[in-house]
Design a protein around this ligand. Sequence first.
Ligand SMILES: *[C@@H]1O[C@H](CO)[C@@H](O)[C@H](O)[C@H]1NC(C)=O
Ligand SMILES: *[C@@H]1O[C@H](CO)[C@@H](O)[C@H](O)[C@H]1NC(C)=O
Ligand SMILES: *[C@@H]1O[C@H](CO)[C@@H](O)[C@H](O)[C@H]1NC(C)=O
Ligand SMILES: *[C@@H]1O[C@H](CO)[C@@H](O)[C@H](O)[C@H]1NC(C)=O
Ligand SMILES: *[C@@H]1O[C@H](CO)[C@@H](O)[C@H](O)[C@H]1NC(C)=O
Length: 193
Amino acid sequence: MLNYFIGTLAAVLPLTAAAPYGLSSRSSLEGCKDLSFGSNFAWEIEDFTYSASYHFTTPAHQVSGGSVNFNLTNPGLTEKVACTAYSTWLNDFFYGNVNYNCTKPDGSTTETSFAFSRPSGQLNVNQTWTCTDEDPQYPTTFHGYGAVNLTLSCNETNYQNPDWQEGETYSLRTISCAPVTLPLKPYDKTAVA
Ligand SMILES: *[C@@H]1O[C@H](CO)[C@@H](O)[C@H](O)[C@H]1NC(C)=O
Ligand SMILES: *[C@@H]1O[C@H](CO)[C@@H](O)[C@H](O)[C@H]1NC(C)=O
Ligand SMILES: *[C@@H]1O[C@H](CO)[C@@H](O)[C@H](O)[C@H]1NC(C)=O
Ligand SMILES: *[C@@H]1O[C@H](CO)[C@@H](O)[C@H](O)[C@H]1NC(C)=O
Ligand SMILES: *[C@@H]1O[C@H](CO)[C@@H](O)[C@H](O)[C@H]1NC(C)=O
């Protein structure tokens, strides 16, 4: 079940001279500013996956970890950012309390971070992006905040070595969830011109 909030938007009138431009103008699409101000603005979360493995090398020693992967696109920008995280914090690995940075293309000024909670399925996304399509000398920078509760469909495998010897795997449990793609509308957005 997805809950979308209508974004509120606070535009701050330009008070200062133009910020430097250049790098970000390459990634801003025509219509970026209008789209970003629009009430239908939404990111696309692409192929969100969660997977985990709990590997016991002996009855008392485990090497376990979970990972999250997805791409995020902004309809106003050409670029795609890659969001990945790996954690060894047992037992669910992700608790929504760590903000991970996403990786952007070289030269991009976009900043994206996310937090994920495996127990609740909540994904939080923050992004700062700049539109230079209307007047590259007066770019508009947006901050967006989004949240969604993901319902993941996951498969689990369990292996228990019936005749364990030192040096073998004692047990292995894996969890792998089907990729989820969905639009994410910010619950809040601000703009600074
Ligand atoms: C993200 O996009 C890149 C480039 O298109 C692709 O190689 C990668 O597999 C994608 N990752 C996910 C998690 O969809
Ligand atoms: C994430 O990016 C922000 C802004 O560039 C930076 O201040 C912060 O230290 C980064 N966080 C991590 C965990 O790398
Ligand atoms: C998003 O921004 C809010 C407000 O600055 C902050 O409290 C939250 O930790 C941030 N979340 C992420 C995933 O960066
Ligand atoms: C996710 O679920 C929790 C608990 O039910 C709720 O408090 C929260 O508002 C939900 N978040 C979103 C974005 O729907
Ligand atoms: C889970 O297993 C079912 C049946 O084998 C398969 O159809 C499905 O694609 C699997 N899902 C994932 C996320 O691996």
